[in-house]
Write a protein that binds this ligand. Structure first.
Ligand code: G4P
Ligand code: MN
Length: 199
């Protein structure tokens, strides 16, 4: 049998679907950069969130796809209908659970994340934990442009309130987050600070 006759296995199907998902997110985020001094491509974030999941032993396909797509509706022109059409209802629903309503003021969005996380699905909680883990590590790596020391500390404290609402979801993700909250540091204008001064 020559290679053209090789049947498409489940593995090839999954690999194509995964690459389609990354390709979709990369195109949607292609004009965006992270808010760090280097202007890192935005797509590094969703890929890193998906990696946090697989590193924690989470391989559920829809969860990984949702992680890759989790900021497309919130931060680009992507619609939920588009996600559903291309990737199905389950992925759409997880992405929807991870999407802030940008028509609300920031303080309300922040409050809602704390209030709603305990009621989200396990898959959405996993994506949210992996998202916060990535963003906290990113803040530790480099202060985002325009963020004061106070804003960074507030971000750590707010993130803890959100992730505390998802306890009992995935031990590996929670242990990594706890390590940051209790022993983590960040550097601001050359000085080192505790990530969570109240702990
Ligand atoms: N740490 C860090 N974050 C950056 C950077 N560039 C962009 N961000 C994004 O900024 C958001 C956190 O900043 P905030 O001030 O809390 O939120 P906002 O700008 O969206 O209102 C995150 O959004 P999110 O992923 O939707 O998560 P969430 O924190 O809003 O839940 C994060 O992905 C960067 O260089 N470093
Ligand atoms: Mn995100």
């Amino acid at each position: 049998m020559d290679s053209q006759e090789t049947p498409v296995s489940n593995a090839s199907f999954d690999i194509s679907k995964l690459i389609d998902t990354i390709d979709f997110a990369a195109k949607k985020h292609s004009f965006q950069k992270r808010n760090d001094p280097q202007g890192t491509p935005y797509i590094n974030h969703p890929i890193g969130v998906a990696k946090n999941l697989t590193d924690a032993g989470i391989y559920d396909f829809a969860t990984i796809q949702a992680a890759i797509l989790h900021d497309t509706v919130e931060d680009t022109d992507t619609s939920f209908e588009e996600i559903e059409q291309q990737f199905g209802r389950e992925v759409r629903d997880i992405v929807a659970e991870c999407t802030d309503d940008k028509t609300l003021v920031k303080s309300e969005r922040k409050r809602l994340q704390i209030e709603t996380i305990p009621h989200k699905s396990k898959k959405a909680k996993e994506v949210k934990l992996a998202d916060k883990l990535y963003n906290l590590r990113d803040v530790q790596r480099m202060a985002p442009v325009g963020w004061s020391k106070k804003r960074i500390q507030e971000y750590f404290m707010w993130a803890k309130q959100v992730t505390d609402g998802a306890r009992g979801t995935n031990q590996k993700l929670e242990d990594q987050l706890d390590e940051i909250y209790s022993n983590g540091t960040f550097v601001y204008e050359g000085e080192k600070y505790k990530s969570h001064p109240e702990l």
